[in-house]
Design a protein around this ligand. Structure first.
Ligand code: ZN
Length: 248
């Protein structure tokens, strides 16, 4: 049983026994872990304040390779995201990010870039004009990092380049992205996207800052919200609980 020091984002916390917590963390070094914080609810616990929901803390864990819970031995607050306390829409977005990390990642499967993307997104949820685009970008980063990114250029089935026909593109939720006209028939769960919606998803998925210039109107972002919500719902086998609370 090795002690590991890592940054961790607190995703969930459940009270157990008289004074303890079982905390689900998304850590930078170890990915998602579930850990017991003994006595964390005692008034003078050294863990107090280091296990707040949606906070980032310096965590020391006794990490167990088996199915057993890890043990949290230190938790020192590193970063709190002030906008989550002031702004309900930002808080909902924060909980949505937490839900995706919790439900799309596996235990003990580290994704440091996804951790960094989550922290950067949480840090900047205060600006309502950029918030929806930031959350959509995080969702795409999440899909890419977990190897679940839908195809946006070449047919998800045969690999040939897909050209919009009459500004309509078939997008397979089960087959993982755009489909050419030859491959579309017979595929389950196919949505029809406009060329504009597909282009908006491409812009949001691109590195750099071009996403900031994307038209932020609901006419552009609402179909993107619907499409990514459907992709993620398909992966989870249910609608994310926080999805209805996200605006565009
Ligand atoms: Zn095809």
């Amino acid at each position: 049983m090795a002690a590991v020091r890592t940054l961790g984002l607190v995703l969930r916390s459940v009270e157990v026994f008289e004074t303890s917590l079982v905390v689900t963390l998304f850590t930078r070094e170890l990915g998602k872990v579930a850990a017991l914080a003994k006595g964390a609810r005692r008034l003078k616990s050294p863990l107090q304040g280091g296990l707040d929901l949606l906070g980032v803390s310096d965590i020391v864990l006794l990490h167990k390779a088996s199915e057993a819970l890890d043990l949290i031995t230190e938790a020192a607050p590193r970063e709190r995201f002030a906008s989550l306390r002031r702004d309900l829409a930002a808080l909902y977005a924060g909980y949505y990010i937490s839900e995706l990390l919790s439900d799309l990642t596996d235990l003990n499967d580290p994704h440091p870039r996804l951790f960094d993307a989550a922290v950067v997104t949480l840090r900047h949820l205060d600006d309502p004009t950029l918030r929806a685009r930031r959350v959509l970008r995080f969702e795409l980063a999440c899909l890419r990092e977990l190897g679940l990114m839908p195809a946006l250029d070449d047919c998800a089935h045969c690999g040939l380049e897909v050209v919009a026909r009459g500004d309509k593109v078939a997008f397979g939720l089960a087959t993982g992205g755009v489909l050419c006209p030859e491959c579309r028939p017979g595929q389950p769960h196919v949505a029809t996207l406009s060329g504009r919606t597909l282009e908006a998803i491409r812009v949001l998925a691109s590195p750099g800052n071009t996403w900031r210039d994307l038209d932020p109107s609901a006419a552009t972002l609402a179909p993107v919200r619907t499409t990514l919500g459907n992709v993620i719902s398909h992966l989870l086998g249910r609608r994310p609980r926080l999805l209805p609370y996200l605006g565009v």
